[in-house]
Design a protein around this ligand. Structure first.
Ligand SMILES: *Cc1c(COP(=O)(O)O)cnc(C)c1O
Length: 385
């Protein structure tokens, strides 16, 4: 197979993704809907590419953040259920009805507006109520629940399909008391809703960490985000999982994304030369420097300056100087035989070496979620086996 004519590209491993989806599916009981979260360009992996792969490898439905993401999926030919989890402007609610999308609701204004337009359009809408259990982001407070239920009770076209909540402190700790507190409140509110004439609703709560650690949170549907891409939600989740399970967990999740580029120039630089903006690196010996067509505009964070390394021929080539907007410089003095346009791995595996998303994220003081989603959405995403 010949490499594409690209300077800078993301590789999506279909075998890794299929492995992850099959693992998670095997953790669920039959009746639990397996929904995958592909907001923010599928956590940087490429929404279009990942949506097709998710359907192919057994996901039941999708969760996205915005109406526009949902519409993009419909335009791509995705016909399965799509839940919009973020706010939709009242003026655009009719589009969710037209596209037959699932809609999260936590404002009474949305219910009132939906009642009006579903009647005008003579079409139903499926809604999921977001319940506030302690994250204090979007959600309906326990004391406001009755107001929502009485609005819904006398409406034929507003179909209450589901209720859900989101955990506030499940990834950042190995103490899960707060998650259990939220779970109790959810159960309490769910019971109230079911007893108010909605016995059939789907209840859901689980993100990646909850799916991995607490099977009792799977309920009727799970919302699998980061871990479908082979990334752990946090070190704490990994440690908690490891303590609970005897199986080998290091290879349980397989990273789906690789980031590659091709060398744009190779030059020999004398000793005592300063490399890059601000001259933050000075050569201590005659050095071979490779210039790579990647920079902070691509999401290769400036915090990686003089810290990260890339892989060439399975060996580490350290970054020299600051990350520029579109370029970085790496030291290849100790890697013999490197040639112009050789392929470089910025993230992923080369030989015995791996550069993980977690590692790059930690170097710039953030988490894998942020590092992955900020990789420029315009970089081509290629599926590899
Ligand atoms: C992003 C998101 C998820 C997925 O979380 P992960 O930790 O990535 O699995 C689930 N539910 C809601 C409401 C979200 O916003």
């Amino acid at each position: 197979m010949s490499l594409p004519d690209l300077n800078n590209w993301i590789e999506i491993s279909e075998s890794a993704y299929s492995h992850n989806l099959h693992f998670f599916k095997s953790q669920l009981v039959e009746k639990t809907e397996f929904s995958v979260v592909i907001k923010s360009n599928a956590y940087g992996h490429g929404m279009k590419v990942m949506a097709d792969l998710a359907v192919k490898h057994g996901a039941d439905s999708f969760c996205v953040h915005s109406l526009d993401e949902a519409i993009e999926l419909r335009q791509q030919g995705i016909t399965c259920d799509v839940l919009i989890m973020g706010p939709v402007l009242l003026s655009r609610l009719s589009e969710t009805i037209r596209q037959d999308l699932r809609l999260v609701v936590y404002n009474i204004e949305a219910i009132q507006h939906l009642k009006k337009i579903t009647a005008e359009m003579k079409r139903p809408v499926r809604i999921h109520l977001k319940l506030e259990t302690g994250t204090f982001r979007q959600g309906i407070l326990e004391e406001d629940l009755d107001k929502f239920l009485s609005e819904l009770k006398n409406s034929k076209l507003l179909k209450l399909e589901g209720i859900y909540t989101h955990f506030a402190n499940i990834e950042d700790t190995t103490n899960h008391d707060y998650a259990y507190y939220q779970l109790d409140l959810l159960s309490k509110m769910a019971a109230r809703i079911k007893n108010s004439g909605f016995p059939e609703i789907k209840c859901h709560a689980a993100c990646s960490a909850a799916i991995l650690l607490f099977p009792e949170t799977h309920f009727d549907m799970v919302r699998l985000g980061i871990s479908q891409y082979g990334l752990w939600p946090s070190r704490e989740t990994f440690v908690s999982y490891k303590t609970k399970h005897t199986r080998k967990v290091e290879d349980l999740l397989q990273p789906v994304m690789g980031w590659k580029c091709k060398i744009g120039q190779i030059k020999t630089v004398r000793a005592d030369q300063k490399v890059g903006y601000g001259g933050t690196f000075q050569t201590t010996r005659p050095s071979k420097i490779a210039i790579l067509p990647v920079g902070y505009a691509d999401g290769y964070d400036r915090g990686l300056s003089n810290q990260a390394y890339a892989l060439i021929q399975g060996q580490r080539a350290p970054l020299r100087g600051r990350v520029c907007m579109n370029l970085i410089m790496v030291d290849i003095t100790d890697i013999p035989g490197v040639r112009l346009e050789d392929t470089v791995t910025l993230m992923g595996v080369d030989g015995q070496e791996r550069i993980s998303c977690d590692y790059l994220a930690s170097l710039c003081g953030t988490i894998n979620y942020e590092f992955a989603t900020r990789i420029n959405w315009q970089i081509p995403r290629l599926i590899v086996k």
